[in-house]
Design a protein around this ligand. Structure first.
Ligand code: ARG
Length: 280
């Protein structure tokens, strides 16, 4: 009987050791380190967060605050950065489908994203998204000064964006027109195919600087504080990578890099080669 007990004890001990030595399933951080590259999806149509410097080619053409942040996170992991440029909605699909490691594309925290993705701690990119506004044609500035003024009119917003959500919630009388790329939305507005385009204010100011025929509407969206900062988007369950990203964010914040990156992005956005387009 005693011997039996002993055997059971040994068997249990062996089982326990085996369980402890099984490598943690899918530690994405290890995988990234082994591959030597961090793949990041972004939609480079959102200056100053991510845009294209048309004087450059290849990976170097992608610039902006989020690109600096992506480079920093890759550096902290000790790997190279590979940016994959695609439309904003496609970035989110790519994360969900595990086609990229993560996406950094000016994401506001939203309830539905928090449900469907892992979202990092907040990071603050200047005052880009402290206000959310409507771009309109300068000639219409007197005409559109209230939410009701847009009743029955076409208002554009980027697909799967915070701005889309804001139009749906705060301009219920308007016809929402989904735009794939912000640059296309700007052209639709200039061509009078839509009457307004919902954008982050910082982004809107960049667009106006290059398009003097457009202005920011007097009427603005009401924006809850939790939407003002940005977050990195990861696939649900990738908590090890999330922890590494949060650690990098804390380090960048403590080092005071956010302000530097934002100023550098604004400067680049004002330069010749800056384009508000993403590659097709
Ligand atoms: N912050 C807004 C959102 O979360 C807009 C982000 C747009 N980003 C971009 N790269 N186009 O939906």
């Amino acid at each position: 009987m005693k011997a039996m007990k002993k055997i059971v004890c040994i068997a249990l001990a062996l089982l326990l050791t085996a369980a402890l030595t099984v490598p943690a399933l899918a530690d994405e951080v290890d995988d990234i380190k082994k591959a030597g590259v961090l793949t990041v999806a972004l939609s480079p149509d959102f200056s100053p967060m991510e845009f294209v410097d048309s004087t450059k080619t290849g990976q170097e053409q992608y610039v902006g605050f989020d690109v600096s942040l992506a480079q920093f996170i890759a550096g902290e992991l000790g790997v190279a950065l590979e940016i994959q440029a695609m439309n904003f909605d496609a970035c989110q699909t790519a994360v969900a489908m595990d086609a990229v490691d993560l996406s950094i594309s000016g994401y506001s925290w939203t309830e539905s994203r928090a449900e469907n993705f892992e979202l990092s701690d907040y990071y603050y990119a200047g005052d880009n998204e402290t206000e959310q506004v409507l771009l309109i044609r300068a000639a219409d500035a007197e005409k559109y000064t209230s939410a009701e003024a847009f009743d029955g009119l076409d208002v554009g917003a980027q697909n799967a964006s915070l701005q889309q959500m804001l139009v749906e919630e705060q301009l219920p009388g308007a016809n929402l027109k989904i735009i794939g790329e912000i640059g296309v939305g700007v052209m639709e507005l200039q061509a009078a195919n839509i009457e307004a385009l919902a954008v982050a204010k910082g982004n809107g100011e960049q667009i106006i600087a290059n398009n003097p025929d457009l202005v920011i509407c007097d009427w603005q969206f009401e924006v809850a504080a939790e939407y003002e900062a940005n977050v990195v988007m990861l696939r649900k369950g990738e908590t090890a990578l999330l922890a590494a990203v949060n650690e990098a964010l804390a380090k960048a914040y403590a080092a005071g890099y956010y302000g530097e990156w934002y100023d550098a992005a604004l400067e680049l956005a004002a330069s010749e080669g800056a384009l508000e387009v993403s590659v097709e």
